[in-house]
Write a protein that binds this ligand. Structure first.
Ligand SMILES: Cc1cc2nc3c(=O)[nH]c(=O)nc-3n(C[C@H](O)[C@H](O)[C@H](O)COP(=O)(O)OP(=O)(O)OC[C@H]3O[C@@H](n4cnc5c(N)ncnc54)[C@H](O)[C@@H]3O)c2cc1C
Length: 375
């Protein structure tokens, strides 16, 4: 790579953009990461770091730091009122020698940003990617800084890691087809005194919905669900304490019609969104970043055809994961009532039945497909 080469531009310093920048910098590719937010978010959407992500980040040293800070999820408990619980061991997860790790997304991002800084790259905050124009040999980009200053620049490649409402995807004119569940979901990060096993993730099949509970750290739990008064589904003996964060969100399942055009590629939520029940969004975005960095570094080293490999490799994976997580979510969320009755019979049986259980764990562990960087 010539020392005066223009940097690759990455829009968005979420987990996808940070991981892409880190892998490119480690390959000696100059890179700029801009984020319109003036500071990283202190709230964490994602908690679960899957075995695939831990494997991919191993060489960077980030995995060791994640393992030191997070805690290992030992198992999953499925609860149905009036029935025996179903217990599924999660550690290690299937044939992987790793487990699901609980670590707030804000910490994952901070560890990625630290590793990136060690490569000499600092995220440029308060800088919004505003417009882009593709040229034969570069992308012309306009950035708007927090003080209103407009910067015109060029990059050999642009990676749109700018989230679900991606400016980059919209500038490419790519549709984002899919659907959305009609009802709002609620999320709490709150202190709990509870008889729930703190080392497990808990799923509750409720008469009017679904509830998920996972410990963040100490006695701070993430509780998330739909239906009326989800917290009331927590087991007898649970006492709710201080709420640290409460949020409502809608669940959508969408995949961009392509994962890139020419010198502009998309990764993470900019390319795919799905329900958090699969614990895949952040993890899949980090996997996108890994493949992007490999294809981009090769393209800049004189193999331009590798740019097209990225979209060819990732688009089918995005479609497959969103389809699987969407099906799981529609089954679990307990609506309409006819489907709920089927769910209450089917889900516990599937969890007890080896092959179905293994497929569920492959999806949750990010192990339902190999990561391919060639093809
Ligand atoms: C409740 C909930 C729980 C979840 N739990 C999990 C989980 O356990 N495991 C998991 O893997 N996933 C989970 N997810 C999904 C995960 O949070 C997302 O998939 C992940 O944040 C996507 O990362 P990203 O980097 O692609 O995008 P984002 O995190 O959305 O980051 C995009 C960044 O781009 C910036 N940006 C936007 N527009 C511009 C612009 N024009 N110019 C410059 N910067 C811009 C934004 O400021 C932002 O920092 C969960 C999601 C929710 C809602």
């Amino acid at each position: 790579m010539p020392s005066n080469a223009l940097p690759v531009m990455i829009a968005g310093a979420g987990p996808t953009g940070l991981a892409a920048a880190l892998w490119l910098a480690r390959r000696g590719v100059p890179v700029r990461v801009v984020d319109k937010a003036t500071a990283p978010s202190s709230h964490s959407k994602a908690l679960a770091v899957n075995p695939r992500t831990q494997d991919l980040l191993e060489d960077t040293g980030v995995t060791a730091r994640m393992l030191a800070e997070g805690w290992t999820v030992r198992g999953l408990s499925l609860h149905r009122s009036g029935h025996d619980d179903v217990a599924v061991p999660l550690s290690p997860l299937l044939d992987s020698d790793r487990s699901l790790l609980s670590l707030p997304q804000s910490r994952t991002e901070a560890l990625l940003a630290d590793a990136l800084r060690a490569q000499g790259v600092t995220v440029e905050r308060g800088v919004k990617l505003d417009t882009l124009t593709q040229r034969d040999d570069s992308v012309a980009i306009q950035l708007v800084h927090a003080d209103g200053a407009v910067e015109s620049t060029h990059a050999p490649l642009l990676y749109g890691a700018d989230g679900a409402h991606s400016t980059v995807r919209q500038a490419l004119g790519l549709a984002f087809p899919g659907d959305e569940l009609p009802e709002p979901w609620q999320l709490w990060d709150l202190h709990l005194t509870t008889p729930l096993d703190p080392d497990r993730v808990h799923l509750f099949l409720r008469p009017d919905g679904f509830l998920f509970a996972l410990r963040v750290r100490d006695d701070l739990w993430r509780v998330m669900g739909n239906g009326t008064d989800p917290l009331a589904a927590l087991p007898v003996g649970t006492v709710c304490g201080e709420v640290r964060w409460q949020s409502d969100f809608h669940i959508a399942h969408r995949v961009a019609e392509r994962a890139g055009v020419g010198r502009v590629l998309l990764g993470g939520d900019a390319a795919h969104v799905h329900s958090p029940l699969g614990a895949r969004g952040m993890n899949l975005g980090i996997e996108d970043a890994y493949v992007f960095a490999d294809c981009a570094a090769d393209a800049l080293a004189g193999r331009p055809s590798r740019l097209a490999s990225y979209a060819r490799l990732r688009h089918p994976v995005h479609r497959q994961v969103v389809r699987r997580v969407g099906a799981l979510t529609r089954l679990m969320h307990g609506r309409p009532p006819s489907l709920r009755e089927l769910r209450d019979v089917l889900v516990p049986r599937l969890m007890r039945f080896g092959p179905a259980r293994r497929q569920f764990l492959r999806v949750a562990g990010g192990l339902d497909h190999p990561v391919r960087t060639r093809g």
